[in-house]
Design a protein around this ligand. Structure first.
Ligand SMILES: [Zn+2]
Length: 392
């Protein structure tokens, strides 16, 4: 049962016991009845009442996020990314604030604090977008009349060639594509594979039982041959999310009647292990040039996504999502197949790790790299880099 205590100020403090029996304050109020009512509401919340029980705008943002987010139909990657953005960048500030108490000025101050903490503008954008979307949903469901976040501006993104898509943007793009092309899109975003590696992907490299893809071939769209990927480096293995595995399994069964024994594209080295996973127009391998100007450009226009976005930016998007979810730069370097850590370093500003953690992770990676380097100079001190690698 909730109770109250009169303070020396003459105000009343509402009190209740939490699930562990610990005394908790529900705040101070001028009216005793109000203090008791609030304490009662908090107590009920603590005892496992579902958030739906809490009426309208009195629900706390954290509970609203749970409720609203769980009702969204999102791809696995999108869902887990939002969970992580919420946990790291939104919940620490807003978890216990009731929807009715969220105001424009504190939201603007929250954005300023993130900028002062030197969080990446991409990350701030993602956190603010999550807040805006959640409050729009609260308006839609009649919990709020207007969104206090509507007028809070997004931070400017740095000028440059790199563009990172948000999960909502990728969902919107996928929605504008057919099954084959949205599978290409998700493969790019969820594995970070280079486009040539996606074009040159053979079915025998997709391991459904271990849920991994072996990246060992790449299609060279200029020479029209399959090369060992990437160039002279070792092949790598990338994980498949359950959603991506399901998409690829669907594609595999849909294409089984026409699947060939070999891909028919000349292999520069090694031998062909089966048919290609993706084929574009006239059964030819899908190229970034053709796909980028065709299917991808059309979907971008229909989804009303602004700015110049190239297929290669899907790889950047993968990197940014991984880092926002707390993947270390050294691990990212491995999954992305970067032979030089400097290439991965350019994503460092997206990482939520402290600069010290990043430095430690990188120096341990560097030690491993120099131990395993079989050439004279270690990867780190080798200044030369191929154009493809420069592009990340
Ligand atoms: Zn082949």
């Amino acid at each position: 049962m909730p109770w109250t205590r009169m303070l020396t100020s003459g105000k009343y403090q509402g009190l209740y016991r939490d699930a562990n029996g610990k005394e908790q304050s529900a705040g101070t109020y001028t009216q005793e009845a109000e203090a008791k009512r609030e304490a009662g509401a908090r107590e009920k919340e603590q005892r496992g009442a579902t958030p739906m029980d809490i009426e309208g705008a009195k629900i706390q943002w954290g509970a609203w996020f749970e409720l609203w987010h769980s009702s969204r139909l999102l791809a696995y990657a999108t869902d887990s990314l939002y969970q992580s953005i919420a946990a790291n960048h939104v919940l620490p500030d807003w978890e216990t604030t009731r929807l009715m108490d969220i105001k424009t000025l504190p939201l603007q101050q929250w954005v300023s604090r993130m900028r002062k903490a030197r969080k990446s503008p991409y990350l701030i954008r993602a956190a603010l977008m999550l807040m805006k979307t959640s409050l729009n949903a609260a308006v839609y469901h009649g919990r709020l009349t207007t969104s206090p976040a509507a007028k809070v501006p997004y931070p400017d993104l740095p000028q440059g060639s790199e563009r990172y898509l948000t999960p909502d943007e990728v969902e919107a793009l996928a929605f504008q594509m057919d099954g084959l092309n949205s599978t290409i899109l998700w493969t790019a975003v969820e594995t970070g594979m280079r486009f040539g590696e996606i074009s040159g992907l053979h079915w025998n490299r997709v391991d459904f039982s271990r849920r991994v893809i072996r990246v060992a071939d790449q299609y060279d769209q200029k020479a029209c041959v399959i090369k060992a990927a990437p160039k002279d480096k070792e092949a790598r293995t990338v994980p498949m999310t359950p959603d991506l595995a399901a998409l690829l399994a669907n594609l595999k069964s849909a294409t089984s009647p026409t699947r060939r024994k070999f891909c028919g594209v000349p292999h520069e080295a090694g031998h062909c292990g089966g048919d290609l996973v993706f084929r574009g127009a006239r059964e030819a391998p899908v190229t970034s040039k053709e796909w980028g100007r065709g299917v991808f450009a059309k979907a971008l226009a229909r989804a009303e996504i602004e700015g110049r976005v190239r297929p290669h930016d899907l790889r950047h998007t993968f990197a940014s999502w991984c880092l926002q979810q707390g993947v270390h730069l050294a691990e990212l370097a491995e999954v992305m197949g970067h032979s030089k850590i400097e290439v991965t370093m350019k994503y460092a500003h997206l990482s939520s790790q402290s600069i010290d953690t990043v430095r430690d992770a990188l120096s341990s990676h560097r030690r491993t790299a120099s131990r395993t380097a079989d050439r004279g100079s270690t990867a780190l001190h080798d200044a030369s880099s191929s154009p493809d690698e420069q592009a990340g």
